[in-house]
Design a protein around this ligand. Structure first.
Ligand SMILES: [Zn+2]
Length: 271
């Protein structure tokens, strides 16, 4: 009888242990397990022409699963007014290690508001910008109010037709493209024309959309030549990683894209 009781007790303890182990395994972001990679990322997203509803989840999960212990806070603004209100508050970026913009605010005209955002990065806050962020915050501002271009490092006047983009590495002194293939093809794409690159920029990769053009009669924004698609920039004391890739959810969710974003974040926050 004693032996049976011991066996039952042992069995109960093993079961309890298994439950505790399973609970710990299911919670890898426990504070005690956080690594040096644990970062607070603010993703600012929203407005037209893109599926930001889906992309905010793809980016949040893609970053958090690759940067263990990190947390992506999402600010999804449905209007330019909501974006302006949030990014005008004193110290809005202070709680975060890096600010990542995936926005499409093409019509913002308030140059002093945009300057205040860029000043946050000039003062040292690391930043990332992807895709339509290149067509935000400068198209409708006065010539002497183009601060956003200092943040981006490049100017894009338009884009070409939809089509897969072949991305080819140019240089990798930053290490951001470590482990990446020398060349890869996005599932689909919308190649941005880049007509100016500042001296503060290092282009990491070029993109070729293989002559994808608009339908006959719609010549605006036709892309003919390979364009810079991945770069790094220095904006005052702030390091900035930029990419024009990322129109389609399939591209944003690809391993190549998410790995590149995560390496861009790690590079940007490095002292
Ligand atoms: Zn787009």
């Amino acid at each position: 009888m004693m032996k049976l009781k011991h066996a039952v007790l042992l069995c109960s303890l093993l079961t309890l242990g298994a439950i505790v182990y399973a609970q710990n395994s299911a919670n890898p972001a426990k504070k005690s397990e956080m690594t040096k990679e644990a970062l607070k990322v603010l993703l600012v997203t929203g407005e037209g022409y893109h599926d930001y509803e889906a992309q905010k989840t793809i980016l949040k999960e893609g970053i958090e699963s690759r940067l263990k212990g990190s947390e992506v806070t999402v600010w999804h603004h449905k209007t330019p007014e909501a974006c302006k209100e949030a990014l005008s508050k004193e110290g809005w970026a202070d709680p975060y290690d890096v600010v990542f913009y995936n926005i499409c605010h093409a019509k913002e005209t308030d140059g002093s508001f945009i300057k205040s955002i860029v000043d946050v990065h000039r003062a040292g806050k690391p930043g990332l910008a992807m895709h339509c962020s290149l067509h935000s915050f400068h198209w409708k501002t006065a010539e002497n109010e183009k601060d956003w271009l200092d943040f981006l490092g490049v100017t894009s006047p338009n884009h070409g037709a939809k089509g897969a983009i072949t991305v080819t590495q140019q240089e990798n002194s930053t290490g951001i493209l470590d482990g990446h293939p020398e060349s890869w093809k996005t599932p689909d794409g919308e190649l941005y024309n880049i007509d100016a690159v500042k001296d503060s920029v290092t282009v990491l990769a070029m993109g070729d959309n293989h002559g994808a053009t608009y339908a006959k009669g719609k010549k605006k924004g036709v892309v003919q030549d390979p364009q810079p698609v991945i770069w790094v920039n220095q904006c005052g004391d702030g390091k900035v990683f930029g990419t024009s890739l990322g129109h389609h959810n399939e591209t944003v969710g690809s391993d190549e894209f998410l790995n590149m974003i995560v390496e861009g974040i790690k590079w940007a926050v490095k002292e």
